[in-house]
Design a protein around this ligand. Structure first.
Ligand SMILES: Nc1ncnc2c1ncn2[C@@H]1O[C@H](COP(=O)(O)OP(=O)(O)OP(=O)(O)O)[C@@H](O)[C@H]1O
Ligand code: NI
Length: 332
């Protein structure tokens, strides 16, 4: 369904190029859930925004392709992109309060989203006036019910501030779903919510994935969340994908030293208790970063050679690759 090929984007600042997304390639098949994980500032959000061409000045796409259903989104006109956004591809952001409009009733916003996407054109053809409005309201309320907003008959008339954070996020998911998108991009959709609500929202997204076959890319800094929710995981570090593979394999057999570090730094849910160890050091500055391994200075297995060359993705087993010289077959 989606294939990103060698995508690079950078922010042009007066100090130089901040390479937020550096030669990324990844693909998503129909009905698949892919997680993108990594520490703050590694380019996860930038990657998602690139898919929809929503990166703002001074950000600029330098090269690459974003193939969606066989066509390159980077070659589409602005108008074509507007049609694709919210119709074929919907996006959910971290903070629902900033994306719901405070001055309109939540239900009306959902109804409006459905109207924009022509969802009502096949509602009992020829309905007029009040009857049409009622039919539309019914449909909007159905959608509210589907995303788990209780008593939609009443909730329809509430404003955003009368909704809890979890309910706001549900309303936004309803708006995202109003067009029946094929692909849902979710940028930390549950980070602002408490743990039980977070689990409910993820369960809701999973249900949508299973029932409607909607493909999902979930951006999260939380490897534990990605492990529970995603079929495959891509680990990003300093603008590059450093490891990608099936979730079980990433969790049971992490290959890149950075992924191993991330795993050690999350609390174990089950099994043997291990001491939580944060990865020493911090993420490098993306300003004028070169092509060598950016994790080198924090890595306990690196050598001189990691600093001297552009390291390719190396397949460690079928469908599982890591950008690390440990797997090059040469002495590191
Ligand atoms: N307007 C800008 N000008 C310069 N650099 C920017 C700008 N916006 C973002 N960046 C840089 O781009 C890089 C990638 O940012 P991005 O938001 O994609 O990271 P992220 O992985 O989503 O992080 P987080 O987990 O904090 O959301 C960061 O290093 C950030 O500092
Ligand atoms: Ni982000």
């Amino acid at each position: 369904m989606l294939e990103i090929k060698n995508l690079s984007m950078a922010f042009e600042t007066d100090k130089g190029l901040v390479k937020a997304v550096n030669n990324i390639s990844l693909s998503l098949s129909n009905s698949e859930i892919l997680g993108i994980v990594g520490e703050s500032g590694c380019g996860k959000s930038a990657t998602l925004l690139n898919i929809l061409r929503l990166v703002q000045y001074p950000g600029r796409i330098m090269s690459g392709e974003v193939m969606f259903q066989g066509e390159d989104l980077l070659k589409k006109s602005r108008k074509e992109m507007r049609d694709i956004r919210g119709k074929d591809i919907a996006m959910i952001f971290q903070d629902p309060m900033t994306t719901l409009n405070p001055v309109f009733k939540v239900g009306e916003q959902i109804r409006e989203a459905m109207r924009i996407h022509g969802i009502f054109s096949n509602v009992k053809g020829g309905l007029l006036g009040r009857k049409k409005t009622l039919a539309e309201k019914d449909k909007a309320m159905d959608l509210m019910r589907e995303v788990g907003i209780p008593s939609p008959e009443r909730r329809y008339y509430n404003y955003a501030h009368e909704f809890s954070g979890g309910m706001q996020q549900r309303a936004l998911i309803a708006i995202g779903l109003s067009c029946e998108p094929k692909l849902l991009l979710a940028d930390e959709p549950t980070t602002a919510l408490d743990v039980t609500i977070q689990a409910q929202i993820l369960a809701l997204m999973k249900k949508i994935n299973e029932e409607r076959g909607t493909g999902i890319i979930l951006v999260t800094h939380d490897l534990g969340v990605a492990a529970e929710f995603c079929h495959r995981i891509a680990v990003m570090y300093a603008g590059k994908i450093v490891e990608i593979g099936k979730t079980e394999r990433i969790m049971s057999s992490p290959s890149h030293p950075y992924t191993r570090g991330l795993l050690r730094s999350i609390p174990k849910i089950s099994g043997r208790r291990e001491k939580i160890r944060p990865i020493p050091g911090s993420v490098p500055d993306l300003l004028n970063i070169d092509d060598s391994c950016a994790f080198h200075s924090r890595c306990d297995q690196g050598s001189e050679r990691c600093q001297q060359q552009d390291i390719p993705m190396i397949e460690v087993e079928e469908g599982h690759s890591a950008r690390c010289l440990l797997y090059s077959g040469e002495e590191v």
